[in-house]
Design a protein around this ligand. Structure first.
Ligand code: GSH
Length: 122
């Protein structure tokens, strides 16, 4: 089962590489304003998880530079996700709010919808 999962993961990564979407190009100041906002976000993920690939493709398409955190191989990040987010499930978007509170958003579709709303994406 582990081997089959690994093979499927590699296929997903190759297909993602071959069909990788083009990044939106913004004017420098507009991109800088978005980069300042995305600096408050990070995504806990597994490299070969299809749901994470789906979100990463949206990040690339919309040129959202969000720090990716490996919750599979990095035991400290994995523990942090479970302790603070509540579940060892990826993808999970960590949203640091201006009032210093933190929201942990699970579910790939919900993460994509959140990003589209927050950054006014089509
Ligand atoms: N419905 C979820 C599915 C997420 C999901 O099943 N993620 C798997 C990895 S592909 C996971 O986190 N599994 C927990 C684990 O392997 O410990 C979504 O769309 O984000």
């Amino acid at each position: 089962m582990t081997v089959i999962r690994w093979i499927l993961g590699q296929i997903i990564l190759v297909l993602d590489f071959l069909t990788s979407p083009k990044s939106l190009v913004r004017e420098v100041t507009a991109q800088k304003a978005i980069d300042d906002e995305t600096a408050t976000l990070s995504m806990y993920q597994f490299k070969a998880c299809p749901f994470c690939v789906k979100v990463r493709r949206e990040l690339k398409r919309h040129a959202l530079h969000i720090e990716l955190r490996d919750a599979k191989n990095d035991s400290a990040l994995k523990a942090e996700l479970v302790r603070e987010g509540g579940l060892h499930r990826v993808p999970c978007l960590r949203i640091a709010k201006p009032d210093c509170s933190v929201e942990w958003l699970y579910e790939s579709n919900d993460i994509i919808a959140y990003l589209k709303t927050r950054f006014n994406l089509t």
